[in-house]
Design a protein around this ligand. Structure first.
Ligand code: HEM
Length: 507
């Protein structure tokens, strides 16, 4: 009597074991699977592993081997269903998209734009913005420093891209760019929509909440970038060589250009702001390196003028700070996806990586690698210098990613960081605030552990207080004087260099 009901159970058990066996042996290769968390008896890691295997790399040599040397196989991106089918059905978000034609065009165009940046075209603009940032910090002693850094990061990018200079940080278009970015960060989070987890729900027809939210966002974003691109192309800022003009000139449907350009704002503004916020946190938590940096700057620049780009080759320690600030970024790493099976050798063993796997180079682990760095947890920019005090030839950093997905904005990003860091260190002593934290009434607790960071796509420190004290009256006056005298016409700061631009595109 008992036997009959047991039969389906037995069959189910055999089916389950068979399924487990098949799943575990799907990677039927002589190479083993890379090490991961300990598994359950018999089931192994099956209950822990998401549909696609995820590989975390914490070693720069391995990251370069996989993501650079084999970039033909490891340069796609995983699909976030909600972004792919609702927020960006045209796949124009090239930061998120697979290697589509739009992605190819956008990277090609950006290479051309960055050739002009390398040639120095945007330096006057970046210098002007950094000087304005210093005067803002002088005006308020740093009370609003966190947002002032957001302003300068955004204004540098938006001026170069759309001719949209934002001197106050309160400009409506700037606020809309930031609001759209924040919404996009939310929408691209895997937990943003139920259909990322249960994609079959998307078969339900009609105006489901996730559809309405994505549509509302798309309309809002289209309206914004339509306005910015039209303004750029129609000639309001026509004297300048603006990035949006290059994108608009490409023969693509209009909507694509809006979203291609939106990605500049997305990828460029927050990363730059987060790098500088992290740099200020390092000034407060690990101030030991500051005197050396200021001695170097003072020896080359003196007290009668602010640093400028022409000082850059003579300030290797500032260069190392710039690199180190970026390297210690707590960016939630951008995932790569593989498009073919492969076997990777690591420490004498071979590991199988199936097609479709997600590979993440964890820059926090890479930059804190105890095997490579003696004081891996300290802020020691000299890690990037050689014995003669110059930047190490062939230094390595993971901060900008790898291979065919490596950040295409590096030339602009490094200039933005360098000039702002150099000017702030020349002008200010940057230190912790002694004011009580209004939330607790106690001194503010500075922290650089995980909890002090947002955990977003680009994970930066949460807002914290800092004091920006002018190093001397002389410096304060020189900064004010330089600002009074500096050129403020965007057309002059960012002139049109047609020939140079064309060279960049084809070169
Ligand atoms: C300090 C500033 C910046 C940092 C730390 C940074 C870092 C990164 C990282 C880690 C990636 C992912 C690379 C990968 O997947 O392997 C990336 C991608 C990207 N970055 Fe940056 N970035 C910065 C500034 C900029 C700027 C200024 C621009 C544009 C002017 C820019 C444009 C992009 C774009 C478009 C992508 C996507 C590339 C693709 O998927 O093909 N970034 N960036």
């Amino acid at each position: 009597m008992d036997r009959l009901p047991l039969q389906p159970v037995t069959i189910a058990a055999i089916a389950l074991l068979g399924g487990v066996y098949l799943l575990r042996s799907r990677t039927a290769s002589r190479a083993r699977r890379p090490p991961g968390p300990p598994g359950l008896p018999l089931l192994g890691n099956i209950l822990q592993v998401p549909v696609k295997p995820v590989f975390l790399i914490g070693d720069i040599t391995l990251a370069k081997e996989v993501l650079e040397k084999r970039s033909a196989k490891f340069s796609s991106r995983p699909t976030i269903p909600y972004v792919r089918y609702h927020v960006d059905p045209a796949e124009a978000y090239w930061v998120f998209s697979k290697q589509t034609e739009s992605h190819f065009i956008a990277r090609k165009l950006t290479t051309g734009l960055m050739a002009a940046v390398r040639a120095g075209e945007t330096e006057p603009l970046q210098q002007f913005e950094a000087l304005l940032n210093v005067t803002h910090l002088l005006d308020d002693g740093g009370k609003n420093w966190f947002h002032l850094i957001e302003r300068v990061s955004a204004s540098m990018v938006l001026s170069a891209a759309f001719g949209l200079h934002c001197p106050t940080g309160l400009e409506p278009d700037l606020k809309e760019v930031i609001a759209c970015l924040a919404e996009l960060v939310t929408l691209s989070n895997p937990s943003a929509s139920i259909i990322n987890v249960l994609p079959f729900l998307d078969m339900i027809p009609g105006p489901m909440p996730w559809r309405k939210r994505a549509q509302t966002y798309r309309k809002r974003e289209d309206a914004l970038y339509n306005r910015l691109i039209t303004r750029t192309v129609s000639g309001e800022a026509s004297g300048m060589n603006l990035w949006a003009t290059a994108f608009a000139s490409e023969d693509k449907p209009e909507g694509d250009q809006r979203r291609l350009m939106n990605q500049f704002a997305g990828a460029a503004i927050e990363t730059t702001a987060v790098s500088m916020h992290t740099f200020i946190l390092a000034c407060i938590l690990y101030p030991e390196w500051i005197p050396r940096a200021q001695r170097e700057i003072d020896a080359i620049v003196g007290e009668d003028r602010l640093p400028s780009f022409k000082d850059r080759p003579n300030l290797p320690f500032v260069e190392a700070i710039r690199l180190f600030g970026g390297a210690l970024l707590f960016v939630s790493e951008f995932p790569h996806q593989s498009t073919a099976d492969d076997v990777v050798e690591y420490q004498g063993k071979e590991y199988f990586i199936a097609k479709g796997s997600i590979i993440i180079a964890v820059s926090w682990a890479i930059e804190h690698d105890q095997a490579r760095f003696e004081n891996h947890d300290l802020f020691q920019p000299e890690r990037f210098l050689d014995d003669t005090n110059n930047l190490k030839a062939g230094y390595e950093t993971s901060a900008f990613g790898f291979g065919r997905r490596v950040c295409p904005g590096i030339p602009f990003a490094e200039r933005s960081l360098w000039i702002n860091i150099a000017m702030m260190l020349w002008t200010f002593n940057i230190r912790r605030s002694e004011e009580p934290d209004p939330k607790t009434g106690l001194p503010f607790k500075y922290d650089d552990r995980d909890l002090a960071f947002s955990g977003n796509f680009t994970s930066g420190p949460f807002e914290f207080p800092a004091v920006f004290e002018p190093r001397s009256m002389q410096r304060l006056e020189v900064a004010r004087q330089e600002w009074a005298e500096c050129e403020k016409d965007l057309n002059v700061l960012l002139p049109r260099h047609k020939e140079q631009y064309k060279l960049g595109i084809t070169g």
